[in-house]
Structures are given as C-alpha cells and as structure tokens.
Design a protein around this ligand. Sequence first.
Ligand SMILES: CC(=O)N[C@H]1[C@@H](OP(=O)(O)OP(=O)(O)OC[C@H]2O[C@@H](n3ccc(=O)[nH]c3=O)[C@H](O)[C@@H]2O)O[C@H](CO)[C@@H](O)[C@@H]1O
Length: 341
Amino acid sequence: MIETVVVTGGGTGGHLKVADAFIEDLYKRGINIIFIGSSNGQDKFWFENDTRIKEKYFLDTRGVVNKKGFGKIVSLFNIFSKTIYCLNLYFKYKIKVVISVGGFSAAPATFASILKRDCNLYIHEQNSKMGKLNELTSKFATEVFSSFDDNSLVKDYPVSNEFFNFSRVREKVKTVAFFGGSQGAICINDFALKVASKLNEMGIKIIHQTGKNDFERVKNEYKKLNINADVFDFSKQIPSKMAQADFAVSRAGASTLWELCANHLPTLFIPYKYAAADHQYYNAKVLKDKNLCFLQREDELSEDYFFEALNSDIHKISIELISSINPNATSQIVDIILKKS
Ligand SMILES: CC(=O)N[C@H]1[C@@H](OP(=O)(O)OP(=O)(O)OC[C@H]2O[C@@H](n3ccc(=O)[nH]c3=O)[C@H](O)[C@@H]2O)O[C@H](CO)[C@@H](O)[C@@H]1O
C-alpha cells in the first residue's frame, strides 16, 4: 500500500498543469503528496499555497543544457547536491514512487529516484518530441507515459477535469479567444490586434491572454481601437475562458493543446518556433493530420487563413474533437502506477 508519492517537475505552466492533474487524483485517493520543484520557474506560483500537498520543496535548480565552461560545472555540482538532498528526503519519508512530469525542475528528484534502489520512477512526457531530461532518465523508469507515443500504456494527456466540465459543442463563431501559453506570445498579441477591428465589425467578441510582459501595451492598443475586449495577462480561470469562446488562436504547448480538445474548441495553432526540436509544431501537426485543427507557422501567418478558418465548418470539428481525448487518462495512469509499485 503506497502512502506517500513524490510528484516532481515544472518550470513552465505546461509541466505544472500535468503535475496538478496527478496531484488532484492522488489527493482524492487519500495519498500523501510531496511536491519537489524549482525555485526558479513558475513552480512556487502554482503550488506554494496548495493545501492538497503535504510537503513542498522548491530547490534552487536551473537547467544545465545551455551552459558552458565554469557555469556548467557549477550547475552540475548544484544539481548533484540537490540530488543528495532529495535522496535524504526519500529515506526520511520511505518513498517508493516518484512521478516526474519533466522540465528542469524535475532533475534532482528524478536522479535521486534512480539512486534509491527500491524506488520506482514514472515519467510523463507531454510533447511529441521528448524533453532532454526525460530522454536521459527514461531508460531507468519503471514506466514512461506519453501523450503521443503509440507504445505508451495510456496514450493520452492528463487534462484536469474542469476542462471537461466546461466543454460544449460549438455552432457558430460569436467569440474568439487568443491564448499565448503560460508566458504569453507577442506574435499572437500582434496578430490579435491586427484582426481586432474586423472581428469587432463582424460583431465577434474577443478574449485575450497576453502574458505578463505585454499586457499594458495590448490593453492600451485595444483602448485606442475603442474595442471592449476581455484582456488579461494570466488567469487561473482558463477553463471558463475557453468555454466562453467558439474559436481559439493559440500556441501549441501540450497542455493548452489538449485542454482545447477537452473543451471541444476549434483552434488555429501558431507554434512557438524556438521550442526544442520544434515540438510545438509537431504537437499540433498530429491534430492537423486528422483535420481537427488549423495550423500555421508564425512566419506565414495570414489574415485570410484565419478568416477562412472562422468561416469553416467549426461545428463538425468541435464534434470530432470529443473523441480526440480521453477524460479518464489521469486516473488510468495513476491506477497503473499504484498497481506496479
Ligand atoms: C515555449 C515552450 O517551450 N513551452 C513549453 C511549455 O509550455 P507552456 O507552459 O508555455 O504552455 P502549455 O500550453 O503547455 O501550458 C500552459 C498552461 O498554463 C495554463 N495557463 C495559461 C495561461 C493562463 O493565463 N492561465 C493558465 O492557467 C494553461 O491552461 C496550460 O495548462 O511546456 C509545455 C509542456 O511540456 C510544452 O508543450 C511547451 O512547448
């Protein structure tokens, strides 16, 4: 009987949202949760005040991949010392199960699970191309789950229930939402401002998540255009924001992509072009190949393509999105983890 599980990973909202889905499921099963993340990404913002989590550790870890020379040695030593710290925690709490959702935040807790012989490591990879840490540690894992890999025991994404609770089939575009991912996307902000007046003339409302850094500028631009849009930098109410929209324009980070599917919301994806191994493009391409979304590279973005998409059969896409995603993925993955441990 497993009493305590370590959940690790983070850095970006994409990883943290998956961690959140696992935490919610484990909590409902009465299992104690220890979260180990980094003090350098968004981890604290997401989980610092989370009462479902029994113990939280935000360690000072940073990625080492892009570092060189002395900086790399310092970072490696730092990760090594934090790994030993985690190992001590595992002995203290008799940890046998570690779930990693990847990202640089997960490095020490994942390495420590490999060093502790009686500990099972489970990895969840969210993207179509595996992240660096997951690639390095997956051969030591008891099981690797992936939303895109046919070999995964559960080939689905652990989307939080709230997105399914708000889901609905779309008929006609009355509201368009722009989502830039957890950091926001200037290219999506600029595109939204470019098409805003025409949308306004068509009587279409705008919801727009800008990201923290570009919020003031975008808000002022809407003011200048005299358009009353729902503009915000970051919101914890994304399920209800998605639910209000009939069409979305979005980055193709894994979490947002599957949340939009869970919501049955037809979307034009504009992948972040510098994402590692171009994984955002390949995330969205999986849907595009099934005609379940629209996809354009940010350098090719065209207003014509966007307005054609708005006028397409969004009802059909919305219905077909229902079967694109499994609402029970989180509990199915946790069932397997608890059974194997
Ligand atoms: C630039 C980059 O490399 N981004 C990566 C990062 O995603 P990044 O965090 O940018 O994007 P994701 O779309 O995966 O996740 C964003 C998450 O934040 C939530 N959200 C967003 C805005 C908001 O106002 N409120 C809110 O709660 C969304 O609902 C979603 O759950 O990790 C993902 C998961 O590995 C990858 O797929 C992305 O490619």
